[in-house]
Design a protein. Structure first.
Length: 296
């Protein structure tokens, strides 16, 4: 597929996805949403993919929904397939569901700002990295709207109290404050430092067994244990599943991991990326210098 609104590279067994509509600060048009959905399907179907990374081009993550498209939906007269406002809004929710359902680790790398739907994308990631001066906001209520499709994902990430605080006020929070609220996992001073931070986190993921990561993510995605696991009736079934997954890992990647530990070497799946690799794969630079190299 030829992408018009994304930069997509598949390298080091990772999907590097860069939102690329700098003239609109990477706003989420229907076309971009469709392209993202295609990328997520491709990633989900490839058993060799070890991670998906989301970032924005031109130093900006995502400005949220394209307000210009909102007006065209209101003016649409063809309701033969239902309310177009409802269907377009729900389409974004399907995208977020697909993103959270990806079996491999997902990283969101935020600089500039993640507004509205952009913040929703970030909240669906397993790990969120950001610059200290990045901005996050649920900006919909300032337009008399609600963060409809992203609300459950924001609440899952930061909890009901913080989701209400951000949604009911439209407050713009810095990367630093976002970290204290649980939205961001790690901070960098600026975009260059963010390249380094991203390389460090990707390298940590690549040091882990890829199938072990997938199995753990699936285990933690079970819906039959909520809140305090010790009080849930589903705990026994959850732990039964965990034991089966542990045995499967032990008889596959675990054998190599244990052997590598005993032999004081890195396991065969381990790889390392440098900041220059990250910058290149997101289109921040056009070529690696002769002194830069990947050990992946």
């Amino acid at each position: 597929m030829n992408y018009e609104h994304l930069l997509v590279q598949h390298a080091h067994d990772i999907f590097w996805v860069t939102l690329h509509r700098p003239d609109t600060r990477n706003a989420l048009s229907p076309e971009m949403v469709a392209e993202l959905a295609h990328v997520f399907i491709q990633a989900a179907q490839d058993d060799k993919v070890r991670a998906v990374v989301l970032r924005g081009s031109a130093g900006f993550f995502c400005a949220g929904g394209n307000v210009g498209n909102f007006q065209s939906r209101l003016q649409a007269t063809d309701h033969s397939k239902g309310d177009p406002v409802v269907s377009r809004n729900r389409a974004f929710g399907h995208l977020l569901q697909a993103l959270t359902a990806l079996p491999m680790p997902v990283l969101a790398v935020v600089e500039g700002a993640a507004m509205g739907g952009g913040m929703g994308l970030a909240c669906c990631a397993d790990i969120v990295l950001a610059t200290e001066d990045a901005r996050f906001a649920l900006s919909e209520t300032g337009l008399g709207l609600i963060p409809a499709q992203i609300a459950p994902f924001v609440q899952a990430r930061v909890g009901r109290r913080v989701a209400l605080r951000l949604g009911l006020s439209g407050e713009r929070v810095s990367g630093t404050l976002a970290q204290s609220l649980g939205l961001v996992d790690a901070l960098a001073a600026d975009s260059e430092a963010l390249d380094t931070l991203q390389a460090q986190w990707i390298s940590r993921i690549l040091a882990c067994g890829p199938q072990a990561n997938r199995s753990l993510k699936a285990l933690l995605s079970r819906g039959d244990v909520a809140g305090d696991a010790s009080l849930d009736d589903g705990l026994g079934a959850w732990l039964d599943d965990a034991a089966q997954r542990f045995a499967q890992c032990m008889r596959s990647e675990g054998a190599e991991g244990i052997a590598a530990f005993r032999e004081r070497r890195v396991p065969t799946w381990s790889a390392t990326l440098q900041a220059a690799d990250v910058a290149l794969l997101h289109g921040r630079i056009t070529a690696l210098s002769s002194s830069s190299s990947s050990t992946a």
